[in-house]
Ligand binder design. Sequence first.
Ligand SMILES: [Zn+2]
Length: 67
Amino acid sequence: MAKDPVCGKEIDEEQARNQTGQTMHGATEVDPQQGTRMFHNGVWMYFCGLECRSKFMATPETYSAQA
Ligand SMILES: [Zn+2]
């Protein structure tokens, strides 16, 4: 399990990785309701949703120390 650095919620990486499909260019589409992730400082950060990811993106230095 990964931890959402913003709200501390446990994130199921498998769920976050779940693909809902692929775009015609081969990029993966994920369901943000199942959690989301972003690549930051060489590691994947997992978030429970887009709201937490947005908060992290606004001030990553606030959260990355806890990861
Ligand atoms: Zn969260």
